[in-house]
Design a protein around this ligand. Structure first.
Ligand code: ADP
Length: 631
């Protein structure tokens, strides 16, 4: 069943029309009732007046018993249209005179009339007359005076009384009145109907006028709902007009807003297409760049799955792109210890966002191990969340080969140097012992210088040898139970003269209950003497070097701090790299090959320990700390 929509117009119209109709009908009902009551009352009054007139006119006739006089009175009222009959009775109820119509009057009324002392009005339907009749009976009264003691000559004292000597009776027809009432009712009904019709028409007109602006407003709103922003033409000054004006203002604002938005979106479109163009250019540019890169490039997602590789990486690994994309980067390209190290490298890169030059061995497709330098940077999505990583693998084969050749060369040279140095030192020692004759004091002094410089040279050569050994993987650590105190004592004793020469203080602070450790005493000695040698080199005259040794958990901790030139923050890690020198012009002056700390680190790591460099900054001294496990 379709829901019937009853509009405001219909509602208004129906209710106002009903109101008008109801009001008119109630009003006409009351008017008719009032008119009927008035007419009836008037009729009764007229009847009574006529009866009274007849009674007055008949009084004399009745008294003297003259029917002619009575007849005259009757004739006078008989002419009235609505008088049906008129009768005059004597005191005993006998008819003295009557009109023709009296036959229609019922007998019972006769009796009632004859005994009437007061006016009696009755209403009845006369079948004989075919009329509704008002029957009015009225007594004919005369005033009498009884004179007392008249006969004895005293002033008479009158006593007045009223005597009923007969009754008049008239019948008045109600038909005429009813006709008048009917006429009146019809007139009122017609007027009411006219008023209702007129009222309805006026209502329709008024409601139309009132709701027209509303309908316009509605169609305007429907238009807005459809997206047509047209103002409505409503100019009334009432509330609807107010609403319409507000609506028009709204429409105007909306149009303005729409125009603006359209403008924005057009310029946005232009910008988007420009951006798209730039992005496309950038894309091609970066694609070309990536393809032309000498380094292997891999992009991985947050799970470590390969998303993209470049040509160089294909060449590096021997795999083609299709064999790599979708694979797990670490599992596919690394194995054994290097897989663990690769996982560590990825973790570090993820945590700090970037990781540079981490050495790894990569497994190529044909089973070869390729040395690579691993560099990674985290990639963020546009909301700043992690999206994955870009990894650059630099093929280090040539560098490693060069290193190997260098090391071999160094190894050969140092071997060659060691033999003559040993013999120089041996002979100097023999001379100093006086085995080949007396030695003058000045000669002895010079020979001692030769001896210390020889020791210095010996340490250098030893470093070179150790270095070449660890590069070629031939360094061996022979662990024994040793005392750290012994190691420190031996090194400091050997270097004491050098500290003296430079006017520097060397403070040693050893914990009393140091446990023995399992280590290679000679190698640990090398670590200490390399760090001490650096402290000596990079601290000005008059400076201080402090060594402190203490237990720390399951390790022995050695700290060597100087008051020298210090190390910049960004170089703290690099000092342990081979051939690294912060300032090669300075080191050329003080000597060194950039391998002392690299050797020291290799030795500490070979013992399962750790080493680090700290500095408050340039000019504020450096501190080297290494830990060696006790067990
Ligand atoms: P080198 O043979 O050049 O001393 P090392 O590996 O021992 O090589 O040291 C590497 C570099 O670290 C040095 O060239 C120097 O720049 C820096 N360095 C090492 N120790 C210190 C120190 N105690 N104070 C300042 N700089 C230092």
């Amino acid at each position: 069943l379709a829901k019937v929509k009853i509009g405001l117009f219909v509602k208004f119209f129906i209710s106002v029309s009903l109101l008008i109709a109801a009001t008119s009908m109630v009003l006409s009902y009351f008017i008719i009732s009032y008119e009927v009551a008035t007419i009836t009352e008037n009729l009764k009054k007229r009847g009574v007046v006529m009866a009274s007139t007849l009674a007055y006119d008949s009084e004399y006739g009745v008294l003297v018993g003259n029917a002619g006089i009575i007849k005259e009175g009757i004739q006078r009222i008989e002419v009235e249209e609505d008088v049906l009959y008129a009768v005059v009775y004597d005191k005993g109820g006998r008819v003295l005179a009557a009109t023709d119509g009296i036959e229609g009057a019922p007998g019972t009324v006769e009796a009632a009339a004859s005994s009437a002392r007061e006016t009696l009005i009755q209403l009845y339907q006369s079948t004989a007359l075919g009329e509704i009749v008002y029957d009015i009976a009225l007594p004919i009264k005369v005033a009498r005076e009884e004179r007392m003691r008249e006969e004895i000559g005293f002033p008479s004292e009158a006593k007045g009384y009223v005597e009923t000597i007969g009754v008049v009776r008239i019948g008045i027809s109600l038909s005429a009145m009813n006709r008048a009432v009917a006429d009146l009712t019809e007139l009122i009904r017609n007027i009411t109907a006219g008023v209702i019709i007129f009222g309805i028409l006026v209502t329709a007109l008024l409601v139309g006028i009132i709701t027209r602006p509303l309908r316009r407003l509605l169609s305007g709103m429907e238009g807005v709902a459809k997206g047509e922003l047209n103002p409505v033409d409503v100019r009334t000054s009432d509330e609807i007009g107010e609403v319409a004006r507000t609506f028009n203002k709204m429409v105007e604002e909306l149009s303005k807003y729409r125009r603006q938005t359209e403008g924005y979106s057009r310029s946005l479109e232009v910008k988007v297409s420009e951006t798209q163009k730039t992005a496309d250019e950038l894309k091609t540019y970066s694609e070309n760049m990536i393809a032309a890169m000498a380094e292997g490039l891999v992009a991985v997602d947050t799970e470590g799955t390969i998303k993209m590789v470049n040509r160089a990486l294909e060449e590096l690994t021997g795999y083609i792109e299709g064999e790599l994309v979708g694979e797990r980067f670490i599992q596919k390209l690394f194995s054994g210890k290097d897989r663990e190290r690769a996982i560590e490298a990825m973790d570090r890169a993820r945590r700090s966002g970037i990781l540079k030059e981490f050495d790894l061995l990569l497994n190529s497709k044909d089973g070869k191990e390729v040395p690579v330098s691993f560099n990674a940077a985290g990639v963020k999505d546009y909301e700043g969340g992690p999206q994955g990583m870009v990894i650059i693998l630099h093929d280090m084969t040539k560098e490693r080969e060069a290193d190997r050749l260098k090391s071999e060369f160094i190894s050969t040279i140092s071997h060659e140097l060691r033999t003559p140095l040993t013999s120089i030192q041996g002979f100097v020692s023999l001379i100093l012992q006086g085995k080949v004759g007396d030695v003058a004091p000045k000669q002895a002094e010079f020979l001692k210088i030769v001896q210390t410089q020889g020791t210095h040279l010996g340490r250098l050569i030893k470093n070179l040898l150790d270095f070449s050994r660890f590069v070629t993987g031939r360094m061996q650590v022979e662990k024994q139970r040793i005392s750290m105190k012994d190691v420190i004592d031996e090194v400091t004793l050997a270097m004491a003269a050098l500290f003296d020469e430079k006017g520097m203080k060397l403070e040693v602070n050893l914990d009393k209950n140091l446990p023995e450790i399992s280590a290679d005493a000679e190698k640990i000695g090398m670590v200490v003497s390399n760090i001490l040698g650096n402290a000596l080199k990079f601290t000005d005259r008059g400076g201080t070097v402090r060594i402190s040794v203490a237990r720390s958990d399951e390790n022995v901790k050695v700290e060597i701090a100087d008051t020298g030139i210090g190390i910049a923050k960004e170089n703290l890690d690099k000092v342990f790299e081979r051939f690294f020198q912060v300032d090669s012009s300075l080191t050329r002056k003080v000597g060194g090959a950039g391998i002392g700390l690299a050797v020291a680190r290799e030795i500490v790591l070979a013992h399962g320990g750790k080493i680090k460099a700290e500095s408050e900054g340039l000019g504020r001294g450096s501190k080297f700390t290494f830990l060696l496990p006790i067990g």
